[in-house]
Design a binder for this molecule. Structure first.
Ligand code: 13P
Length: 251
């Protein structure tokens, strides 16, 4: 039985005061949910204040990105510094990083290794573009992103990794993947992990869906057997929507 994860990726939104107000609201209303994991990924500037505000709660703080090493890398953030400020997880390989900032699978692989060795859990994002889907290349893209992004990781490392399937065409567009499209991709990813690592690791790995998850579509998505949670963008910025998503109805 995989414990569901509902994660909010706030992207580049929220001042410190706004972030604190939202986090306090969520903490008050989500603390009764003890059978799911809640992860919040605010912008870097809000991490330290949120770590203090959430230190008596089970909500996990995550960074939205990291750089594989420390030193003379102006403007970057390392896994060790994320840990230092109270993060227990980090999102790596988000499609906005891949497409807007030209991050390669190899670079993403370096980041994953660095984050895991610093003791962070990793939410590893993959997903095809609309063109790739229309060209029937979805599985091929998912396979190469997964194999290259996770190259060299052993079974122990895989146990601290969550996969997020986020079709690029569904992110921020309001066009969610259908339940069947999402389930098909998640099943494919789980089978691939079984081939790459082993079947018990694949069965235990949480695979989240991301891309226009909203209160009115979360229940159908979460009813799919290989969907173990959601990585929520826009709807995570509103307390009411995120709380409803976290309280998805189980079958
Ligand atoms: P939206 O929920 O706004 O589509 O964003 C999804 C996402 O990118 C989460 O990482």
């Amino acid at each position: 039985m995989r414990t569901p994860i509902i994660a909010g990726n706030w992207k580049l939104n929220k001042t410190v005061d706004e972030a604190l107000a939202l986090a306090r609201d969520l903490k008050g209303k989500l603390s009764a949910l003890d059978d799911i994991e809640i992860i919040l990924a605010p912008p870097f500037t809000a991490l330290a204040p949120l770590a203090t505000a959430l230190n008596d709660s089970a909500i996990v703080l995550a960074g939205q990105n990291c750089y594989p090493t420390e030193g003379a890398f102006t403007g970057e953030i390392s896994p060790a510094l994320l840990r230092d400020v109270g993060c227990r997880a980090v999102i790596i390989g988000h499609s906005e990083r891949r497409h807007l900032f030209a991050e390669s699978d190899d670079f993403i692989n370096q980041k994953i290794k660095a984050a895991l060795s610093a003791g962070l859990k990793v939410i590893f994002c993959i997903g095809e573009t609309l063109t790739e889907r229309n060209e029937n290349r979805t599985f091929e893209v998912l396979e190469s992103q997964t194999r290259n992004g996770l190259a060299g990781l052993d079974r122990a490392a895989m146990c601290r990794l969550t996969v997020a399937y986020e079709p690029v065409w569904a992110i921020g567009t309001g066009q969610t993947a259908s339940n069947e499209q999402a389930q098909e991709a998640h099943r494919y990813i789980r089978n691939l992990l079984a081939k790459m690592v082993d079947s018990s690791t694949a069965e235990n790995t949480r695979i989240l869906y991301g891309g226009s998850v909203k209160p009115d579509n979360v229940d159908g998505l979460m009813a799919q057997s290989d969907i173990d949670g959601a990585l929520v963008g826009g709807a995570s910025l509103k307390a009411g929507d995120f709380i409803r998503i976290a309280r998805f109805k189980r079958n």
